[in-house]
Design a protein around this ligand. Structure first.
Ligand SMILES: [Zn+2]
Ligand SMILES: [Zn+2]
Length: 335
């Protein structure tokens, strides 16, 4: 058992089974990478198709924010944010039902927003410039703050699905945001675990992993590493060096640092894994000063199957140490 294990405060398990290991190129061949880029004429997210989506409440254009009206849509935009046409949650009560937890079930109150990241169909985040990524992080911050201000919202889930294997139904760059009236169980468990610690465990992890073989890279504002308990090959965590609770606490510099690091990791995924489908998720809380914002990236190159669903234990065929060395670009002896 490694010394670092005690710094991972969550009761998570994984099985590192390198005997089943493949070379990264084999993952790429198996998963086939993301879908080919096509530009379907029916894509509602493309420039020129603005009428096909609900009116966008926030349209970013040349550094300023505008809003569509029902009659008139803003053109030549950089980013567009609107309510999902097929939402999982809705501000209209009784639209759907949220089941589970202490209360049994409740009306599925909430918001489900789409953030279109570029007017260009098929553009990849790994091809975004540092300035574009920084601007995207600012859009994220604005949207999270917007929903935080709502009196009934307790949690904002902000994530990106890229590629069919990651759950994306469209090959147009976009992220999604679900604003929930409750704290999800995952975050609740994490908060309880943090409450048992004397110091912020993420602040400790940051320092420890900077010195470890799982370290990938740092910039002025953030550190990237593969977590000790990686759920799947090439999982990456990005942590701001400053203890910030959520995106609303982040300065422009931290946002730029986050954007730059996302760009680096996605570029490395491209080089090592051949443009895989991936998810990234922000973990953040706005009413918990003890929480440390973190971002987790997962390339979708392995399946969550019966064993994982049955036990919550993940089988990972690439050790996080080996994954980190690939993502750092080290020359490996077996290559
Ligand atoms: Zn499109
Ligand atoms: Zn911290």
């Amino acid at each position: 058992m490694s010394e670092i294990r005690k710094h991972y405060f969550l009761p998570e398990y994984c099985i590192i089974a390198e005997g089943r290991a493949k070379r990264p190129s084999e993952f790429a061949a198996e998963t086939g990478g993301a879908e080919p880029e096509t530009r379907p004429t029916h894509c509602a997210f493309c420039a020129g198709s603005e009428e096909k989506t609900p009116p966008a409440g926030s349209v970013y254009k040349e550094g300023r924010i505008f809003a569509d009206t029902k009659e008139k849509r803003v053109r030549k935009w950089d980013f567009r944010c609107f309510q999902n046409l097929f939402p999982a949650l809705s501000p209209i009560p009784a639209f759907s039902e949220l089941s589970g937890g202490e209360g049994g079930s409740s009306p599925g109150f909430g918001f489900h927003e789409v953030i279109v990241e570029s007017p260009v169909h098929g553009k990849k985040l790994s091809d975004f410039s540092a300035a574009e990524l920084s601007e995207l992080m600012q859009v994220y911050r604005d949207r999270v703050c917007h929903y935080r201000a709502h009196e009934n919202i307790r949690y904002v889930s902000l994530f990106k699905n890229s590629g069919g294997a990651a759950g994306a139904s469209l090959d147009h760059p976009h992220s999604q945001l679900l604003a929930l009236p409750l704290l999800p169980p995952l975050l609740k468990t994490e908060l309880q675990a943090i409450g048992n610690e004397e110091k912020c465990p993420y602040c400790i992890l940051l320092e420890k992993e900077k010195e470890s073989t799982r370290f990938i890279r740092e910039n002025r504002e953030c550190v990237a590493f593969t977590p000790y308990c990686s759920k799947s090959p090439f999982e990456v965590w990005i942590l701001p060096k400053k203890h910030v609770n959520y995106l609303g606490d982040c300065s422009k510099e931290i946002l730029s640092g986050l954007g730059e690091m996302i760009g680096y990791v996605l570029n490395s995924y491209g080089k090592v894994l051949g443009n895989p489908a991936y998810n990234y998720m922000f973990y953040q809380l706005f009413d918990a000063p003890e929480y440390h914002l973190n971002l987790r990236l997962l390339p979708r190159i392995s399946l969550v199957a019966g064993f994982e669903l049955n036990t919550g234990i993940y089988i990972n065929t690439v050790s996080p140490e080996r994954a980190a060395s690939y993502l750092r670009g080290d020359k490996l002896p077996e290559e």
